[in-house]
Design a protein around this ligand. Structure first.
Ligand code: FE2
Length: 502
């Protein structure tokens, strides 16, 4: 298990850990890193307005853990002090059980007005996931945040707010990410074909805070073409229980011949379906959407041309995307054609992949749904056949899977209830339905299938290459509050005008 946190100093720090809270005998030394103002590629990230010293990022790998055990830990040193005690459940490669919380485009909320609109709804998303984690007890789970992470966009202190906000979750379960346009895009990015529509959404960060503040499995790396450190955490994969998870970058080269394409092809062709009957691919910009997201139409065309064959030929169960700030579930798809089932045997010629857009975790203000050619400003009605469920509500998805059954539920933030669900059997049969289903109901339902090998009390936690616990800023790090105008200064009856994001 990897533990990461930020401090205001570069002194060596440690993670002390153990199975008993009062006896933290294990010690892991943290590697220390940071990034500098001149690593930022553009304004506002490199301007006096956007730049704040990010402090020092500490990164410690805890080894020698028993499978499926609860561990307590603290971070710090005797000189600077120690954090509160947190806990996690270690991974267990012997279990088939998979539990995850997945979403994109969450952001953070701040208690004042700042240069950018922030994402108040992210508070609810974290609140309900914490509720679910409490319900789980000591069962392991992980979070998957598929791009557009903090929405700092060059305003450095928003990263610190973000990590502080997610800390209650990220300090106890692994927090996995992939890159979005708001972590990366800048005018001189090295891969910028005309058709891609990559803009300036990274606010000059050019992926540097993303690359240094996270440490995902794998060794993907792309040069920035500037003096900045290379971009990391672009594509990787791991198994947890009965599911093989793959993360890709829609912001860097994914065309045939690229390193990423080679990785994805080799990875999908190497999956042991006996061990992990389900495969989930995740990236930021969607391959399918019926939203008013016309700017990415050409990029989607390239994804459909080059990446969809990899998905369908390798019988990928589910593709999850963000970027569009809505929930939208599609039928099993192959070139816009609906199929009944998800294939399980490579090359059977009947392969389809379920696609779901899950970018509804906090960021809002986006026109929704595809316009009709003669009514460009109006959403399309009726819904296209391939789009089975379109939700306008904030929320997140949660995944519960065993070797027999894969259940993904859409939880709405207004009530914390399930509003949509898709169930996929190991046979490839897709069973869709709505209904209220608590996470423990979903687990026992998945376990109740004949032949299930899952014992509910068995803790499972298997993440090949690195689970990552992320703590917020720690030991007196000073945020950039000083430049901010307090929210309370705004007239109480005034509602801020929320403009569409650029
Ligand atoms: Fe995005």
């Amino acid at each position: 298990m990897r533990v990461m946190y930020v401090t205001g100093g570069h002194d060596e720090t440690y993670v002390r850990f153990g199975e008993r809270e009062e006896e933290l005998q294990g010690v892991a030394v943290a590697r220390v890193g940071r990034y500098e103002r001149d690593h930022m590629c553009d304004a506002p990230a490199n301007s006096s307005v956007g730049w704040r010293d990010p402090g020092y990022v500490h990164d410690a790998l805890l080894t020698g853990l028993k499978k499926g055990h609860k561990y307590y830990y603290r971070v710090g040193n005797d000189k600077g002090g120690w954090s509160a005690t947190h806990s996690f459940v270690s991974r267990n490669s012997d279990s088939d059980e998979t539990i995850a919380f997945l979403f994109g485009d969450m952001g953070t909320a701040v208690p004042y007005n700042t240069y950018l609109r922030t994402q108040d709804e992210s508070i609810s998303t974290i609140k309900w996931i914490l509720r679910d984690l409490e319900d789980l007890g000591e069962k392991p789970a992980f979070v998957s945040h598929i791009g557009d992470i903090s929405y700092a966009r060059g305003y450095s202190w928003l990263w610190d707010h973000f990590f502080t906000q997610i800390e209650p979750v990220a300090a106890r379960v692994a927090y996995h990410v992939c890159i979005g346009n708001h972590e990366y895009n800048w005018p001189l990015q090295p891969f910028k074909p005309d058709w891609a529509g990559y803009g300036k959404d990274g606010g000059g960060e050019c992926g540097v805070p993303y690359s240094l503040r996270f440490n995902m499995p794998g060794n993907s790396s792309e040069p920035t073409g500037t003096g900045a450190p290379p971009t990391k955490n672009l594509y990787y994969s791991f198994d947890m229980g009965s599911v093989h998870f793959v993360y890709i970058s829609t912001e860097t080269n994914f065309l045939p011949g690229s390193n990423q394409y080679k990785f994805l092809k080799h990875d999908l062709e190497s999956v042991d379906r006996n061990k992990t009957p389900f495969v989930v691919v995740q990236g930021h910009r969607p391959m399918y959407t019926t939203s008013h997201e016309n700017r990415d139409a050409a990029l989607r065309g390239k994804m459909l041309e080059h990446l969809e064959p990899l998905l369908v030929n390798n019988n990928v169960t589910l593709a999850l995307w963000g970027h569009v700030h809505r929930y939208e579930r599609f039928c099993p798809l192959n070139n816009f054609t609906c199929g009944g089932n998800v294939g399980q045997k490579a090359g059977d010629g009947k392969s389809y992949t379920v696609h779901i857009v899950i970018g509804m975790a906090g960021q809002d203000w986006q026109p929704i749904w595809e316009p009709r050619p003669n009514h460009l400003e109006d959403p399309i009605f009726p819904q296209p056949k391939r789009s089975l469920y379109r939700g306008g509500e904030f929320g997140y998805t949660r995944l519960v899977a065993t070797k027999q059954k894969f259940v993904l539920s859409y939880v709405g933030n207004h009530d914390g209830e399930v509003h949509d669900m898709v169930e996929i059997l190991a046979s490839g049969e897709v069973v869709s339905g709505n209904g209220d289903c608590s996470i423990n109901d979903a687990i026992s339902d998945a376990n109740s299938k004949p032949g299930s090998q899952v014992v509910e009390s068995t803790l499972s936690w298997y993440v090949k290459g690195g689970s990552v616990l992320l703590l917020g800023a720690f030991m007196g790090y000073v945020f950039g509050y000083v430049t901010s105008r307090k929210k309370s200064e705004a007239p109480s009856n005034w509602t801020p005008v929320k403009t569409e994001e650029s």
